[in-house]
Design a protein around this ligand. Structure first.
Ligand SMILES: Nc1ncnc2c1ncn2[C@@H]1O[C@H](COP(=O)(O)OP(=O)(O)OP(=O)(O)O)[C@@H](O)[C@H]1O
Ligand SMILES: [Mg+2]
Length: 214
């Protein structure tokens, strides 16, 4: 069953065509890798799927509903794209709490648990402005799954993580897959793609090519 569908999607920025009549079907419960060089359109693809930018042509459906038409954004997505805008003078916990208040779905305990899972200390007094790059990245990962989001759109989630943390987050993502969650991921590290992905697509010459050996 396809949870995300792209039909005939085209996108051009100022004469630079990134995608030309692209189709894509994402099935529930699998991990998909999107690869391609810098500037090939991976982040733009993810932004289109999340409803942050629109295709010039074509349609994107999430669970049968077209994004940008009846519904602006998909529900229940956990998203890491670009650096999240944290509130610098609040702690990591306080930042996640602000985000959790939008939906009002989860308890303080769940926020703490999500922080511990990624290797952050929920009771730490340290403000986010003093976080290291890797700590900010961990906070972004916690934010993406803490509300049990069933589709995770993760653009370079391993950036700035140390080796032990990479290992921990890889195992976490595989456990999400076992729970039936769907994950789209980009990484410039071939090993991430090899360990995690069921299906891989490479952006090449405005098309999404299936990669068979990864
Ligand atoms: N809002 C925008 N306006 C104009 N051009 C844009 C915009 N967003 C992206 N682009 C261009 O689209 C191209 C693809 O960008 P994108 O960020 O998707 O690449 P990427 O594959 O994610 O690269 P990287 O591996 O460096 O993250 C780039 O040339 C970029 O400059
Ligand atoms: Mg990118």
């Amino acid at each position: 069953m396809s949870i995300i569908t792209l039909k005939n999607v085209s996108k051009t920025y100022k004469g630079l065509t990134l995608f030309s009549n692209v189709d894509l079907n994402i099935d529930k419960g699998k991990i998909y890798g999107i690869v391609g060089p810098n500037g090939s359109g991976k982040s733009v693809l993810f932004k289109m799927i999340c409803g942050f930018v629109f295709p010039d042509e074509g349609n994107i459906f999430v669970e049968g509903t077209e994004i940008g038409k009846r519904k602006r954004f998909p529900d229940n997505f956990g998203i890491i794209i670009d650096r999240p805008g944290y509130i610098p003078n609040k702690t990591g916990f306080q930042n996640l709490k602000e985000l959790a208040l939008i939906k009002g779905k989860i308890s303080d305990e769940r926020i703490s648990e999500a922080m511990e899972i990624v290797g952050l200390q929920p009771n730490a007094k340290q403000k986010v402005k003093n976080y290291s790059l890797g700590m900010k990245q961990k906070l972004a990962i916690a934010q993406a799954f803490m509300e049990d989001q069933q589709v995770l759109i993760l653009d370079e989630p391993f950036n700035a993580l140390d080796a032990g943390s990479v290992d921990r987050i890889r195992r976490l993502l595989l456990s999400f897959k076992d729970e039936g969650r769907t994950i789209l991921i980009t990484s410039h590290n071939q090993e991430d793609i090899r360990v995690l992905c069921d299906n891989v697509y490479r952006i090449n010459d405005t098309q999404l090519e299936v990669v068979t050996n990864f």
